[in-house]
Write a protein that binds this ligand. Structure first.
Ligand SMILES: [Zn+2]
Ligand SMILES: [Zn+2]
Length: 348
């Protein structure tokens, strides 16, 4: 194996360059993989704009990428074998704190909503990746590399729907049209909603949404008359509303469209530290408002099983497949207001 490899390095604000960098070496407990595919996530955009990761100390030749799979090249001291296909779970959980001990590793005290591979340490936008064997999971043959690159967003969608109050025949609204919103649409459809609506603010991702046909209706989140329209469509409000955008307008849409006693599940990350919202709408209608992030370690494994069994086919959500050298253009495209891509996957 060569001492150097190609990596898409974050060199400065809004700038990724493909560089020849040192091939990573494994530490005790690590394995080395040749990366097969890596999904491009919306959260990469924030780091790309700032030109740095979330680590306190700058990492030389830092590359992002937290949605990846590959083939084991060096299993180190683990029981993996050379050539086995694995997917990495990005959560750098401790395994010892109170949350980890009750199987909520995604709420680990050491994770703090930010301690992830590809954020605080090098990720998968490279030919090779070295990281903890305890975060690697074997992939069945029925899960393709492209499928595996979507396990990360699928686990987010799965955790949100699975832990919601949704029941058979409920009326459900998903606010947002990005990949998480559309993957949730697929799961909610399978879970048996009597009405599944999407609230969108533009038409960028609608070609793909219509092709996937997960939703029964598409509602316009910018319509000044939307409160009445949403109410009419749902016959008095939705039972459960999933929020997958994370801004003031979308939170308000949730509060305006959920039925009294209904539930709002917030998945979207806010770009600002605080968002104002009408507390009285929540209080006086006894709306249950819950957050949802990532998934537990057990649910990560279940996400792999869902794809392996054919319950979900994530490949069909992919709109763009690129090489490492296409990442800079892909990031620029993602921030353009007319971007049509739903999910981009990098094959290094
Ligand atoms: Zn992601
Ligand atoms: Zn922990």
């Amino acid at each position: 194996m060569r001492d150097t490899m190609k990596a898409a390095v974050l060199v400065g604000p809004s700038r990724i360059e493909v560089k020849e960098v040192a091939t990573p070496k494994i530490s005790p407990g690590d394995i080395l993989i040749k990366v097969s595919a890596c999904g491009v996530c919306g959260s990469d955009i924030h780091m790309w704009k700032e030109g740095k990761g979330w680590s306190q100390t700058p990492i030389p030749d830092f590359r992002m990428g937290h949605e990846f799979c590959g083939k084991v090249v060096d299993p180190g001291d683990s029981d993996f074998k050379v050539g086995e296909r694995v997917v990495f779970w990005a959560n750098l959980y401790c395994g010892q704190c109170d949350m980890c001990r009750v199987g909520k590793e995604h709420l680990c005290r050491e994770v703090h909503g930010q301690n992830y591979i590809g954020f605080v340490r090098d990720g998968g936008y490279a030919e090779y990746f070295a990281g903890p064997a305890k975060n690697a999971y074997r992939l069945p043959d029925s899960v393709s590399d492209i499928d595996a690159a979507l396990i990360d967003p699928l686990m987010v969608a799965y955790h949100a729907v699975k832990n919601s109050d949704m029941k058979l025949h409920d009326k459900i609204l998903v606010v947002g049209s990005g990949i998480i919103a559309q993957l949730m649409g697929g799961l909610i459809q399978r879970a048996g909603a009597s009405l599944l609506a999407m609230s969108k603010i533009n038409d960028n991702q609608m070609d793909k949404a219509r092709e996937l046909a997960n939703f029964d209706v598409y509602l316009d989140g910018t319509d000044p008359d939307r409160i009445k329209k949403y109410n009419d469509v749902s016959g008095g409000g939705f039972d459960v509303v999933f929020e997958a955008v994370g801004n003031e307008q979308s939170i308000q849409t949730c509060l305006d469209s959920v039925r009294p006693g209904g539930q709002i599940v917030a998945i979207g990350n806010s770009a600002t530290p605080a968002i104002p919202f009408s507390l009285n709408t929540l209080v006086l209608n006894e709306i249950r408002f819950v957050g949802s992030v990532s998934c537990s370690r057990e649910e990560f494994k279940e996400t792999i099983d869902q794809i392996a069994s054919g319950f979900v086919k994530p490949e069909k959500y992919v709109t763009d497949i690129i090489g490492l050298d296409g990442l800079q253009a892909a990031m620029e495209k993602q921030v353009s207001p007319t971007a049509k891509m739903l999910k981009t996957v990098v094959i290094p």
